[in-house]
Design a protein around this ligand. Structure first.
Ligand code: AMP
Ligand code: MG
Length: 422
């Protein structure tokens, strides 16, 4: 049922693994991955961040009755045609305690926010718009209200029998509240995605190891862990794997046996003198790409066993950028989510940016609001693909698209904001 790399490649127009556009990567990955099949039932509190597996049909209407949006007096709005009104107050409707009596012309009912609208009444005048006359009646000045004002309709939020939430919705705080508002305690969600991760490279140190010349501490394992945790994935951390065939084979096999997806960093660049690529090729169905992008040109993608493989480049910024641009949407699709693409916003560039058409560039940017209230983005100085501090300073990635050329000061550019992902 899983399609091979060759089958997917044959479906795509102009697929060139040696010069793939960022858009082409997205198209390819959308064909490579599919939502997990298994679902589970969880309580509303545990549903946060999970993806709904079935449409959630509302068993009730919310609100269940027409009710008042204000504290005030309910009356029949047709009387407003007469101009100013003087109405006799015949009773009180409280939230949770409806008024049952009859209300005739010239009469009204004192009503609280959320209280059921008494039969035959359709309009509420807020308390503060009224004046109480000496005889106890209230006066409503002419011209303030329209019939139907300040009344909420039954089912205005959700109507009984209609889907309140669609399958594929990633449940946030609002959705969890909405589920609870329907009186539903448990929902069916896709099971959590299991993602195994390891770093490769003989020069990569784990925390606790003594520094040595030419070696660097592993940062990718920590950024990837954070990115996966933000997505609500179950992370299987396989550590740093030395550049030896037996160790790599062991790690890939362990990952494939336990995880839905495997993410590695390092060892996929051209002329890389290590065994990572060879092992990917040996154990799986894997494509090695050169992507027309910056940072992050090399990437390996495919399948080892039933697990999807994302072989990311080693440079710390390239790892994060390729994750955000490609891996995250693919994982969201595997999680069953219907919205997988990041929302880009437009900001005015506060500086000129050099950009060659023919590749997608992701510049680390800081978006601020100017005194005039417009969004402006500036890049964080050094855009080297190893400069992780620039990712900390930035609050988003400026996305300079494939065909785009130089950017002048004041031009609008697309920005992928980190909020929610990072
Ligand atoms: P590679 O893609 O393996 O050629 O690695 C490119 C660069 O990224 C090299 O300078 C590596 O030292 C660095 N690098 C690779 N893996 C990691 C890692 N896990 N943490 C930090 N830096 C890394
Ligand atoms: Mg390496």
């Amino acid at each position: 049922m899983n399609r091979s790399i060759a089958e997917i490649a044959a479906q795509l127009q102009g697929y060139d693994p040696q010069a793939l556009s960022a858009e082409g990567v997205g198209d390819f990955l959308a064909r490579l991955v599919a939502p997990v099949a298994q679902t589970e039932n969880v309580g509303v509190l545990d549903a946060l961040g999970r993806v709904l597996a079935r449409d959630l049909v509302s068993p009730i209407s919310v609100p269940p009755h027409d009710n008042s949006a204000m504290d005030g007096f309910a009356f029949a709005g047709a009387q407003l045609a007469q101009g100013a009104l003087q109405l006799q107050v015949v009773g009180t409707a409280l939230a949770g305690k409806a008024w049952q009596g009859e209300v005739r012309a010239g009469q009204c009912v004192k009503i609280m926010t959320g209280a059921i609208m008494p039969a035959g009444l359709d309009t509420v005048v807020p308390q503060e718009f009224t004046r109480t006359l000496a005889d106890g009646r209230i006066e409503i000045p002419a011209g303030l209200l329209q019939p139907g004002d300040n009344r909420r309709f039954k089912g205005e939020d959700l109507m009984e029998g209609r889907p309140a939430l669609r399958a594929g919705e990633r449940l946030g705080p609002a959705a969890c509240g909405l589920i609870a508002s329907l009186g539903i305690a448990q929902v069916e969600v896709f099971r959590r995605l299991k993602v195994a991760y390891f770093s490769t490279g003989d020069e990569i140190l784990s925390l606790g190891e003594a520094p040595r010349e030419g070696a660097v501490y592993d940062s990718n394992r920590y950024t990837v862990h954070g990115l996966l945790a933000r997505l609500g994935c179950e992370v299987i951390d396989l550590g740093v794997v030395r550049d030896q065939p037996e160790l790599l084979e062991q790690a890939f096999r362990a990952a494939a046996a336990r995880a839905d997806a495997i993410i590695t960093s390092g060892g996929v660049s051209v002329g890389e003198a290590d065994f990572t690529k060879a092992m990917m090729k040996k154990l799986g169905d894997v494509a090695f790409w050169k992507i027309a992008m910056r940072p992050g040109r090399p990437m390996a993608v495919g399948r080892i066993g039933d697990a999807v493989l994302f072989g990311l480049p080693g440079n710390p910024v390239a790892v994060m950028v390729t994750f955000l641009a490609f891996v995250r949407p693919a994982l969201l699709r595997m999680m069953g989510a219907s919205a997988t693409q990041p929302v880009l916003l437009k900001a005015h560039s506060g500086e000129a940016m050099r950009k060659k058409p023919g590749r997608t560039e992701y510049q680390r940017g800081v978006v601020t609001r100017t005194a005039e209230g417009r969004l402006e983005v500036r890049t964080t100085g050094n855009q080297g693909s190893g400069v992780l501090s620039s990712m900390v300073q930035a609050n988003g990635l400026v996305v300079l698209h494939h065909a785009q050329g130089n950017v002048a000061v004041g031009d609008q550019v697309d920005v992928m904001m980190f909020e929610g992902a990072l």
